[in-house]
Design a binder for this molecule. Structure first.
Ligand SMILES: Cc1cc2nc3c(=O)[nH]c(=O)nc-3n(C[C@H](O)[C@H](O)[C@H](O)COP(=O)(O)OP(=O)(O)OC[C@H]3O[C@@H](n4cnc5c(N)ncnc54)[C@H](O)[C@@H]3O)c2cc1C
Length: 428
């Protein structure tokens, strides 16, 4: 066993940030970062946005240049798959047959897109989007003459692709099975505003409709989508954005606890004290949700990477970073702080029709988060308030002339939650 060696399985945002954070904290042991994507760790957010329009060049989606890993003495094994973990021998086995010892193993295996469970889902022109190869395929298909693009799923990725495709001049339809868009992620007020933006831009948004089948032409290319009730839509390209499945096979094979993600404790440790799990694949106890959750965001991947690197370096601390997320559609900047999906009360401040407003979310009278559209100051302030465990009451937020900045000054006394130290991650 090599007690001073760290193996990271999965070279995405969380894995690459773990390796970088370990060195930044002075870890001197061996670090091996193993990922099955040939191009190495990539920055995924542009893949549904600027990459498709050409505004972001392929080289700009590389998280760090190869020289970084060399300079930091991080062994990057891109294009290699970890096939199994032998906990007794403290080794990982790669698909190539190579075995590597670890002192600490970090599982950062991310997620894979859910596929459409309907006939015709494997026709050519039916795509999902996760990695650079998917994005390049989609970019090429969107680069020609106007096409009939149907996006399945009105979540963030689906709507970002819809906005980008519409911006490129394609005819776009969004089909969502739930009665509203972004149901898992946003309040109805904000979700409706986002959908209005799409409809104003000429996107047809069909809510509460299920895809039942896809049909192709003689060459195997998708041409028609059938919906419940028998309605048929012409489709030259179908982009499926109906959520993801966490990559838990390694953890399952190793006998670790799994259930919609690899289950970890507040220090992001699995059932095995020498194995951590972080990022999109990890199911962790969130002080903001009051239960175990999985978060699919750059912030979460980065902050969990830092938390685990600190623990490996002898500075263990529970993971308490404030969740935040952003999305861009038609130049609209949507930012979320905290977990806003299930408030029991909301207060909207600002100009909804003009597209500059925030929805403040409360549970039991406490601020639990805010969704902001083109109000970056509100977003920043909410993050600070949540980190300090404070915030306005719903009654105060409803007062005429209310401004969140009032609460941005010296931290007010804690209400009900221990203050947590917020860490800075990717600027938004
Ligand atoms: C198109 C798109 C747009 C997005 N936009 C935003 C955004 O605007 N804002 C935001 O906050 N987040 C966004 N996200 C989400 C964000 O990119 C993810 O939350 C983040 O990448 C998670 O990092 P991760 O390291 O956990 O997973 P990943 O980045 O997916 O990395 C996991 C890696 O592990 C590899 N792997 C899996 N199993 C194995 C194995 N057995 N052996 C070796 N390698 C393995 C995978 O192939 C992958 O490369 C977006 C995601 C996508 C796909």
């Amino acid at each position: 066993m090599a007690a001073d060696s760290v193996v990271v399985a999965g070279a995405g945002q969380a894995g690459a940030d773990t390796a970088a954070a370990l060195r930044a904290k002075g870890f001197t042991g061996r670090i091996t970062l193993i990922g099955d994507e040939p191009g190495g760790p990539c920055d995924r957010p542009p893949l549904s946005k600027g990459y498709l329009t050409g505004a972001v060049a392929p080289e700009e989606t590389v998280l760090r240049p190869p020289s970084f890993y060399a300079a930091q003495d991080i062994e990057l094994m891109a294009g290699h798959r970890v096939a199994s973990v032998d906990r007794d021998r403290h080794t990982v086995c790669l698909a190539s047959g190579l075995r590597l010892p670890y002192g600490t193993l970090v599982l950062a295996t991310g997620c894979r897109p859910r596929t459409l469970p309907v006939p015709g889902a494997s026709l050519s022109g039916v795509l999902t989007l996760r990695g650079t190869a998917d994005a390049e395929d989609l970019r090429l298909r969107l680069s020609g003459s106007p096409k009939r693009v149907v996006v399945v799923g009105a979540g963030f990725i689906g709507l970002e692709v819809a906005a980008t495709a519409r911006g490129l001049g394609h005819e776009v339809t969004v089909v969502e099975a739930q009665p509203r868009a972004l149901a898992r992620a946003l309040t109805p007020v904000m979700a409706e505003r986002v959908v209005t933006g799409h409809r104003d831009a000429g996107v047809r948004v069909l809510l509460g409709r299920e895809v039942t089948a896809l049909y192709g032409d003689g060459t195997g290319r998708v041409r028609v989508m059938e919906l419940d009730g028998g309605e048929r839509i012409a489709a030259d390209l179908v982009v499926v954005g109906i959520g993801v499945v966490p990559n838990t096979d390694l953890a399952l094979g190793a006998g670790l606890g799994v259930g919609d993600g690899i289950v970890v404790d507040s220090h992001l440790r699995t059932d095995d004290p020498d194995i951590y799990a972080i990022g999109d694949c990890a199911r962790f106890p969130s002080p903001y949700a009051g239960r175990h959750i999985r978060l699919e965001s750059v912030q979460n991947a980065t902050d969990q990477a830092r938390c685990v690197a600190a623990a490996i370096c002898g500075e263990p601390a529970p993971y308490t970073a404030v969740p935040w997320f952003w999305s861009e559609q038609y130049g609209l900047r949507l930012q979320m702080a905290g977990l806003t999906a299930a408030p029991d009360e909301t207060v909207t401040v600002g100009d909804v029709a003009g597209g500059r407003f925030s929805v403040l979310c409360f549970r039991g009278g406490l601020l639990i988060g805010a969704e902001s559209l083109n109000r970056p100051a509100d977003h920043g302030i909410t993050r600070r308030l949540l980190a300090a465990g404070t915030g306005p009451s719903p009654e105060a937020a409803r007062e005429p002339g209310f401004d969140l900045k009032t609460f941005a000054r010296p931290p007010a006394p804690v209400r009900g939650r221990a203050p947590v130290q917020e860490r800075q991650t990717t600027p938004v």
